[in-house]
Design a protein around this ligand. Structure first.
Ligand code: AMP
Length: 504
């Protein structure tokens, strides 16, 4: 494949850049940019609000649709139970089971209609009425649950009810996200739905030139989607402000905390009036996230979709191959030969380190595989380019570090291969969640070596929860460590035998 190789070589020269936050490679937890900001937000002063002086604003726009009002409580209860939705908190409105019940403006409904979706996802069904009623909320839902629209569509309604932006005003809706990839995806959705309503949005993230982002901000945007570091930078430099911000979204809050963004988030939130509406989204609910909710939200309602314990999407077939490090390449080759003979074959291969990602990419391309690599040391421009090549199928194999493990939403990824097992079962769940997006199915293959032994019990718990067959060698490993691996679901289900077979 000379075309690929030439391009790749040219791009290789750009690899030497300093690691950035959001990289997630090297097996580390990413982390905020070290040194770049010194003490981030040092120059930002905590605001002291005099509520009597602040202009009043509206945040409750919810009018229950008659179809929702008429729906018998039993039907509502059955719906919530069947969708595994639980609600905690007072005065939570009833869910809306159909799109028309949300009373979104026509231009929003037109975009929804074009998607051909059957109904709101559970997080939308319960999240929309809550968000529209102006309440603070926490949404705990898996990746791919439809949460972006769960907060963006009510944001559009919120903005439409506020006075127009004036010269020098900052955004009305601020979405904080952990990575550039997620921020860009959210902005794509914001742009798609905002276009018809003439709402402007900007995506503010590090690793890209500041000029265009500043120009957009200065032109006036209703919606700003930002990673914390770059936003702090702009706030300190006075390039934007949060005086008009009344709708705050923290997306993937757990991930932001994992990456060490807590100080930045706190600095940013200090700049926003306390009577704002705050919506926090997270895949998990550990005590650090709960603390954030306690500090930032008022009398909030919490929606959980699925088990509170982070669990894998049940539409994914999970296959674990217990092997040695030296066997991985051979196994990968056999696996890819099989996968590439399938009609739908888009595949992400996860490695632990950036170096391994580069090595594997180089070797595979040398052998003619249509593979491209992505990790946190690559320039933003290159990451965008690689993602597009992958998205549009020009390179159906993406080799990635954990930079791509969360948030990445490429609809037709059919396979995920964990060439290296990740740091935690949580990361495992996020990685394999790149396949089986929006009700589709997918397959995840995982190479699990004796070096990963201490993670065996956690992985078994994830597999059990998702009713997956469990490789006996994995059980043995957990038992050898004195884990809880034994017993339970030991045998392979018949329909899975063949596929498991190739990995034995
Ligand atoms: P998210 O969790 O926001 O990343 O969304 C995951 C995927 O679900 C995206 O590809 C959306 O386009 C898709 N999606 C959003 N809402 C719905 C819906 N009501 N029905 C089916 N798919 C949806």
């Amino acid at each position: 494949m000379p075309g690929f190789s030439d391009r790749d070589r040219g791009r290789d020269r750009g690899y030497g850049a300093a690691p950035r936050f959001g990289g997630g490679g090297g097996g580390s937890r990413g982390g905020p940019p070290q040194g770049k900001f010194g003490n981030p937000g040092e120059r930002l002063r905590k605001k002291h609000w005099n509520m009597d002086e602040l202009p009043k604003f509206e945040k409750n726009f919810y009018q229950e649709h008659p179809d929702v009002t008429r729906r018998p409580p039993q039907e509502v209860e059955n719906y919530l139970r069947s969708k595994d939705v639980t609600v905690k908190g007072r005065d939570c409105p009833k869910p809306m089971m159909k799109f028309h019940e949300a009373n979104f403006p026509n231009y929003v409904m037109d975009v929804i209609a074009k998607q051909g979706w059957a109904e709101p996802t559970p997080i939308q069904a319960q999240g929309w009425p809550l968000a529209l009623s102006g309440k603070d909320m926490v949404g705990i839902a898996q990746t791919g649950s439809g949460k972006t629209l769960a907060y963006l569509l009510p944001a559009i309604v919120h903005i439409q009810h506020q006075p127009f932006l004036e010269h020098g005003d900052g955004p009305i809706c601020l979405v904080l996200a952990p990575t550039r990839e997620l921020a860009q995806q959210v902005q794509q959705v914001a742009a798609e739905y905002g276009r018809a309503s003439r709402l402007k949005s900007v995506c503010v993230y590090g690793g890209a030139p500041k000029g265009p982002q500043i120009r957009d901000l200065e032109r006036g945007v209703e919606i700003c989607i930002a990673t914390p570091g770059r936003l702090i930078d702009f706030l300190e430099a006075g390039k934007t402000n949060l005086r008009r911000c009344t709708y705050l979204v923290l997306d993937e809050a757990d991930r932001m905390l994992d990456m060490g963004f807590e100080p930045q988030i706190r600095k940013i939130v200090d700049q926003i009036r306390p009577d704002r509406q705050t919506l926090m989204w997270s895949a998990t609910w550990p005590k650090e996230v709960r603390q954030l909710a306690e500090d930032f939200l008022k009398q909030y309602v919490q929606i959980n979709v699925g088990a509170l314990q982070l669990s894998a999407n049940h539409n994914i077939l999970q296959i674990v191959d217990v092997c040695n490090d030296g066997e991985k390449d051979d196994k990968l080759l056999r696996l890819l030969e099989e996968i590439m003979s399938e009609k739908e074959n888009k595949t992400i291969i996860f490695t632990e380190t950036k170096r391994r990602c580069d090595e594997l990419t180089r070797r595979m391309r040398r052998d003619g595989w249509p593979a491209m690599g992505i990790h946190g040391d690559k320039s933003q421009q290159e990451r965008d380019w690689v993602l597009n090549e992958f998205k549009y199928g020009k390179a159906p194999i993406l080799i990635a570090t954990d930079v791509a493990s969360r948030g990445l939403d490429v609809e037709d990824v059919k396979f995920v291969i964990n060439y290296d097992y990740p740091n935690s079962s949580e990361d495992y769940i996020h990685r394999i969640g790149r396949t089986a997006r929006s009700q589709k199915t997918g397959t995840a293959y995982t190479f699990f070596t004796p070096n990963n032994m201490k993670q065996a019990s956690d992985l078994i718990a994830v597999l059990r929860e998702a009713n997956q067959a469990i490789n006996p060698k994995l059980l043995q490993m957990a038992e050898a460590r004195g884990g809880r691996g034994g017993g339970g679901r030991g045998g392979f289900r018949d329909d899975r035998r063949d596929r498991v077979g190739i990995l034995q």
